[in-house]
Design a protein around this ligand. Structure first.
Ligand code: MTE
Ligand code: MO
Length: 385
């Protein structure tokens, strides 16, 4: 077992998050809190960690930049990043690939923190563009074999079982003029907190949260994906016949790692068990999002378990400037009749026409669950009896 020391983790007083695991610290908000704000305040923002939080002195911290196409590997300081690169901001959803794992875990045992539907948030991150930093070391879209290259990110912290947190994305995403990948030092216009990656993290809009490496220590251009455990042996959708670690070992290298997340929606209000009465006009509220910059085209809401559907009203700011990609989430409301003992359902359609699937497709790591959200008219406890 790991002998990691968590005594230097930030002291967290009483706060509104539901703690899924103490050490490493993993917590998510109550979903009725989550949809109170379009931009998720930090107090309602989920935290996903794999080890003790590093305690980094900003003035001493350097990021190493090296690899293919870089003649002179270099180190860059936070001062350099803040003073010599244009500051830019991106509003985006950070969503863990394990969001809603609980739904798959109910089907069959899954491996991982049992997240409910709150392992996501919508924030404004600010920092410098990764492509600007790469340009100063000579890495641009003119690089040879662009489509075969990756940018690997490593973090400072030691995780469970002596692993270092790391991940990678295609270099083409990092260099894309409209990809909006940042080295961020602010979240919601405040300095990043230790929980969210102080002093600097990567943010990769449209990709699963796991690619947005916190406490960034190094950036490497290479012709293979990150060798990190979290890239190679985690965050993959294993086929349904893989039931345990032993059989997973035969599959990790055959299955691609997840980049962009899929189309998703969730009814946050009313919560399970909260609509026992038949109501003529019940207000239903939730979130919807999709990966890769795809916007939400439509959210269908049903008060009669999917027999009839009403189109929800969406709140989703349009894409900014020349960029047609949408990284922020969509909050929606619908007013529908609900009946006693009948489920409320939501399903989203994204701008590519992808629709959420009706039933969960179980996978061992419990990732990318996007089955229709059905609000159980009874409490969860009652439905388990
Ligand atoms: N260094 C480091 N970066 C990390 C992680 C981590 O444990 N360590 N977790 C990743 C995962 S799985 C997710 S979902 C996001 C969560 O970001 P947040 O804690 O700011 O919400 O950070 C990612 N970056
Ligand atoms: Mo994650």
């Amino acid at each position: 077992m790991s002998a990691l020391d968590y005594s230097n983790d930030p002291k967290r007083g009483p706060h509104p998050l539901i703690v899924r695991k103490d050490a490493p610290y993993n917590a998510e908000p109550d979903i009725t809190d989550l949809v109170k704000n379009y931009i998720t305040p930090e107090e309602y923002f989920f935290c996903r960690n794999h080890g003790p939080l590093p305690d980094i002195t900003e003035s001493k911290h350097l990021i190493e930049i090296q690899g293919i196409g870089i003649e002179n590997p270099t180190h860059i300081s936070l001062k350099d990043i803040k003073e010599n690169y244009e500051k830019s901001s991106v509003m985006m959803v950070m969503q863990c690939a394990g969001n809603r794992r609980d739904g798959l875990h109910k089907v069959k045992h899954t491996k991982g923190v049992i997240w409910g539907p709150g392992a996501l948030g919508n924030a404004v991150y600010s920092g410098c563009r990764l492509r600007d930093v790469l340009a100063t070391v000579g890495v641009t879209t003119k690089i040879k074999n662009l489509s075969k290259l990756h940018v690997a990110f490593e973090s400072v912290e030691q995780c469970e079982e002596d692993k270092c947190y790391g991940s990678s994305i295609p270099l083409s995403k990092a260099l894309d003029e409209f990809g909006d990948v940042l080295l961020a030092y602010e979240m919601n216009y405040s300095t990043l907190t230790r929980d969210h990656g102080f002093p600097i993290r990567v943010v990769v809009p449209g990709y699963i949260g796991g690619r947005s490496v916190k406490y960034l220590k190094s950036i490497t251009i290479q012709d293979y994906e990150s060798m990190s455990y979290y890239q190679r042996r985690d965050y993959k959708i294993l086929p349904e016949n893989v039931l345990d670690e032993d059989s997973a070992n035969n599959y990790w290298c055959k299955v691609p790692s997840i980049g962009e997340y899929n189309v998703q929606s969730y009814v946050c209000n009313p919560a399970d068990g909260m609509h026992e009465a038949a109501i003529a006009n019940q207000k239903v509220q939730g979130y919807a999002l999709s990966g890769g910059g795809r916007s939400i085209q439509r959210v269908d809401v049903s008060g009669d378990d999917g027999k009839t559907w009403t189109t929800a009203q969406l709140y989703q700011p349009a894409a900014e400037g020349d960029n047609c990609r949408v990284w922020g989430w969509c909050l929606w409301t619908a007013t529908i009749p609900t009946k006693r003992n009948v489920r409320i359902v939501s399903r989203a359609v994204d701008s590519s026409g992808n629709v959420q699937q009706e039933y969960p497709v179980w996978n061992y790591r419990g990732v990318m669950n996007n089955s229709w959200r059905t609000v159980d008219p009874h409490t969860i406890e009652m439905s388990n009896i």
